[in-house]
Design a protein around this ligand. Sequence first.
Ligand code: 13P
Length: 335
Amino acid sequence: MSELNNIALKIIGNGKGILAADESTGTMTKRLQSVNVESSSENRLKFRHTLFSSKSMKTCIGGVILYDETIKQEFNSKKIPELIINTGAIPGIKVDTGTKTLANSPEEKITEGLDGLRDRLKNYYKIGARFAKWRGVYLISNSCPSKIAISTNAHALARYSALVQEAGMVPIVEPEVLMDGNHSAEVCLDKTSEVIKKCFEELILQKVDLKGVILKPNMILPGSRSDQKISSDEIAELTVKCLIENVPTEVPGIAFLSGGQTEVEATKNLNAINKINKSNFIMSYSYGRALQQSALKYWSKNLDDIEGTQKVFNHRADMCSLASKGKWTEQVEKN
Ligand code: 13P
């Protein structure tokens, strides 16, 4: 089992984090259409390959989460997982199959993908994956997240984690409490605490080795429609409090999702977190939008400008890596 702990540390240790490039075809199509690029399989690969062959892969990215389409693709006859391994990063795979309406709580979602998962994992391992991701989503409203959503999603995350470890891979446990809503940061703290606590109860019940998991939570933020304005230092304080109180100490590390924060917000908040983090947890990043947004925008202007796109991506990755060590500043951001 220490092998899983080693993988987890390799993914998020030493100022490295995760590039979440596992958008489903539907989500990736929305991202590409937002910058007027056709969502063909070739274009999806071209953009992703541009990121995967960037210089910062060696210095800032310990793991890449892939989507089923990408992990099976090749670029210039090189298999994508092989290409990632050659940069020193570890290939990972999103294995949930998306969310559906939760029975008896129609406002909420349950994540699907457990049926047949054991066999799918065997195949992903064979083609190079050493970690996996499963995302549960929780909405905050007057009555949400409900007890049903909290317990069913925790149960699924634990069943997934047990199967992933059985297959020799590290599960990324992602219970995402969405930013949508007009709730305060204090409400986000309460709800996220309840969600994370329940996840670990289920993981422990199902005998998951906590030394071989990475938690991927949201930061503690006011809702995106809330009027509350709080500083990065306050966000960091609430976020660290939530994690220290609810994550068992055996867990080696935490890799935050960006969840709709801008690139600079996600960087600044992670930096503030690391400035006050006195726990044993590594606190790093597993960003999708907050690592890719500017690069995608730049690339969309000229799909053949690989070098320019990589420069934009390298800067973002460098900033996130500095933030994971608490060494980011407004000044380096501008350089
Ligand atoms: P964002 O950082 O864009 O929220 O994506 C992370 C992710 O993997 C969501 O599942």
